[in-house]
Design a protein around this ligand. Structure first.
Ligand SMILES: NC(=O)c1ccc[n+]([C@@H]2O[C@H](COP(=O)([O-])OP(=O)(O)OC[C@H]3O[C@@H](n4cnc5c(N)ncnc54)[C@H](O)[C@@H]3O)[C@@H](O)[C@H]2O)c1
Length: 322
């Protein structure tokens, strides 16, 4: 059984600890905060507890480390883990700069280790459905994709809307289109905290001609968690606010009637609501990591996809500040 250590036991880390305790062997838990460590230690008495990350990765019996510490620490801790010869699942984004991410990807490849970013939404059965529809050609040629991630709050003061919210939609858009954007532009404003943009609009254009957009905001009357894909033949929407219709497929499209001299008409056909499994995306993410560690699947792909997200984030940040 894979022996896993989880570092960072704040808000998110305990969810990862729970899953790995159920799916593998939770061998270590680590947090610099003594109170958090003690609390989790009473829940998992069989796991060794430490505040010293280096002591955990030095354990020869440990196979993999899961990092759920604050974003600015990810690169350093992931690097330390890979250098110690352990596989790593690191919360998103694994690095704040593309050059650092490239270094992690190279290190993982060199040592044949898994470097998997925690892009939770990629494991959501609703996103998997969109991917399946696109890859099967169900929607026809994909023309554009746009994401809405808005709400009133939670107002962050140390991370802007692009880094806090955008990383989710960006990972989904790049996964769906499987292309590196040639243009990455962002506009936004810091209305509440100086230097921390609360509202961000992003535009991406891809070599194939497809375009994408993201509206990211915690200053909005609508709570939206939505991704829309417009194809030439059909259109599909993944809406994570919906309980029973997570994905809707619209058989709608413009078309040209020969007898009207090429004038555009529109067609509105059936609307389909496929059944989407209710499996917990985090459970699926953790299972995927353990499969990669066990040697199943393409371990280089998750690292490469993660690097594409960090590169796009870096370019969008430069555009936002430029
Ligand atoms: N995938 C998701 O949906 C999702 C949701 C929430 C958070 N996250 C990610 O999880 C990560 C943690 O977020 P959070 O909200 O749990 O933060 P948090 O501040 O609640 O918890 C972070 C914990 O890490 C500990 N820590 C900091 N430096 C450490 C170190 N060097 N060694 C050991 N422990 C250390 C802190 O003491 C704290 O307990 C972030 O990267 C965040 O982006 C992901």
């Amino acid at each position: 059984m894979t022996k896993v250590g989880v570092a960072g036991l704040g808000y998110w880390g305990p969810n990862l600890a729970r899953n790995f305790d159920e799916l593998g062997e939770l061998a270590w838990i680590c947090d610099q905060d003594a109170a958090r460590l003690e609390q989790l230690s009473s829940r998992y008495p069989h796991a060794q507890a430490t505040s010293d990350f280096a002591a955990m990765v030095a354990d020869d019996g440990l196979d993999a480390v899961v990092i759920a510490t604050p974003v600015p620490t990810h690169y350093q801790l992931a690097k330390q883990t890979l250098e110690a010869g352990k596989h790593v699942l690191v919360e998103k984004p694994p690095a704040m700069r593309a050059a650092e991410m490239d270094e992690l990807v190279a290190l993982a490849r060199e040592r044949n280790l898994v470097l998997m970013p925690g892009h939770l939404l990629l494991y959501h059965p609703g996103v998997q459905k969109l991917k399946e529809l696109i890859d099967a050609g169900e929607l026809g040629e994909v023309l554009c994709v746009y994401g809405n991630r808005q709400n009133l709050g939670i107002v962050r003061t140390n991370e802007n809307a692009l880094w806090s919210l955008g990383v989710h939609d960006l990972s989904v858009i790049l996964y769906l289109l499987d292309e590196e954007p040639e243009t990455a532009l962002a506009h936004g404003r810091d209305f509440l905290t100086a230097g921390v943009e609360d509202v961000v609009f992003c535009y991406l254009r891809f070599p194939s001609g497809k375009i994408a957009h993201m509206h990211l905001s915690w200053l909005d009357p609508h709570k939206m968690r939505r991704m829309t894909v417009v194809g030439r033949d059909k259109m599909a929407v993944f809406d994570d606010m919906e309980l029973e219709r997570k994905v809707t497929i619209y058989d709608k499209a413009p078309w040209k009637r020969a007898e009207t001299y090429g004038e555009w008409q529109t067609r509105s056909g059936d609307i389909f609501i496929p059944k989407i499994p209710t499996d917990e995306p985090l459970r699926l993410e953790c299972e995927h990591f353990l499969r990669l560690v066990a040697g199943d699947g393409d371990r280089e792909k998750v690292a490469r996809d993660g690097a594409m997200v960090v590169r796009a984030l870096e370019r969008l940040t430069e555009s936002l500040r430029g």
